[in-house]
Ligand binder design. Structure first.
Ligand SMILES: [Mn+2]
Length: 312
């Protein structure tokens, strides 16, 4: 049986163009191989795509129409019969490398957080970006810097570690659940910078520092959003919920600083992970779809294809 399925609705309900013509390539990844606690992230991508049908395509905050962009919603990349975590992630690396050969922004929808390292590796190889020329901005409740977890190096709890070890800089935002070893690793590594949720909430100066850090980043940026970064009422269905998360408005302030107010940020890829749909509520998938729509509006407003074409 093939591992690609076309059972998903196109993002925002807009018609899908071919990958090579798209401004945005949406990549659904229903993978939950290493989940340690709550299950259900495999159902995340389809639910997020379904919820995206209900989202306004006009962004009222910055007067931008998301339907001015061209989208390609890729086939769902599901684990194949007999896939282990290792074989799936290797295949994912190959597939993301292929998709990243297109000019469009690769926007992946998880699935659990272990999908991020192969996605980043695929994009970097395809676009010839050295890891040392990449900053990963990580919105997350957890540091995900463990060297291994439950015997697995590829666990969702280790997602950021290989990126740092390969030479990328990682800026963690909203972190509030860390193990002592991870904290020590973060403190000792000059490539890891952490903006914990508590200080962001309590200290306006710390928030200004974060916005200025994000607003002044230069070069290639990969954005990974673990929805558990948000306060639990916005994502009760995530794998490992943690109280004390970012408010919706904090989230938007930080994304705006990075994507909308920073002209030097070259966004090379985005993922949103750990969305778990729940019976009786659509809040989880709706919030994730809305985060993606804000990311795209902030990223593309003022940077539409027309401007890049007319400047060449
Ligand atoms: Mn995570």
């Amino acid at each position: 049986m093939g591992s690609e399925q076309r059972d998903t609705r196109p993002f925002l309900g807009l018609s899908s163009v071919s990958a090579c013509d798209a401004d945005v390539i949406v990549f659904p990844l229903p993978f939950e191989g290493t989940v340690s606690y709550g299950h259900g992230t495999a159902a995340g991508p389809a639910a997020v795509l379904r919820a995206s049908q209900e989202i306004e395509v006009w962004d009222d905050e910055i007067d931008f129409s998301l339907d001015s962009l061209k989208y390609h919603t890729s086939a769902t990349f599901t684990p194949a019969e007999g896939d282990t975590t290792g074989t799936y992630l290797v295949r994912l690396f190959g597939k993301s490398k292929m998709l990243a050969e297109n000019d469009g922004l690769l926007v992946s929808i998880g699935g659990e957080h272990s999908i991020t390292p192969p996605l980043v590796r695929g994009i970097c190889e395809s676009k010839k970006i050295a890891f040392s020329d990449l900053t990963v901005v990580q919105f997350d409740a957890h540091a995900d810097l463990r060297s291994e977890y439950e015997g697995m190096k590829q666990s969702h709890a280790c997602a950021m570690r290989p990126l740092v070890e390969n030479g990328s800089r990682v800026i963690g935002v909203g972190i509030r659940s860390v193990e002592r070893d991870e904290m020590q690793y973060a403190e000792e590594s000059r490539r890891v910078q952490t903006f914990g949720a508590q200080r962001l909430a309590d200290d306006p100066e710390r928030e200004r520092e974060l916005c200025s850090t994000l607003g002044n980043l230069r070069g290639n940026v990969y954005l990974t959003i673990d929805v558990d970064v948000l306060e639990v009422h916005l994502c009760p269905g995530t794998g490992t919920p943690q109280p004390g998360g970012l408010s919706w408005w904090q989230m938007l302030r930080y994304l705006r600083a990075l994507l909308h107010q920073n002209p030097h940020c070259n966004l090379v890829g985005v993922d949103i992970v750990e969305t778990v749909p729940m019976l009786g509520t659509q809040v989880n998938e709706f919030v994730s779809a809305r985060v993606l729509s804000k990311v795209l509006a902030y990223t593309f407003n003022g940077k539409s294809k027309e401007t890049s074409e007319s400047s060449t």
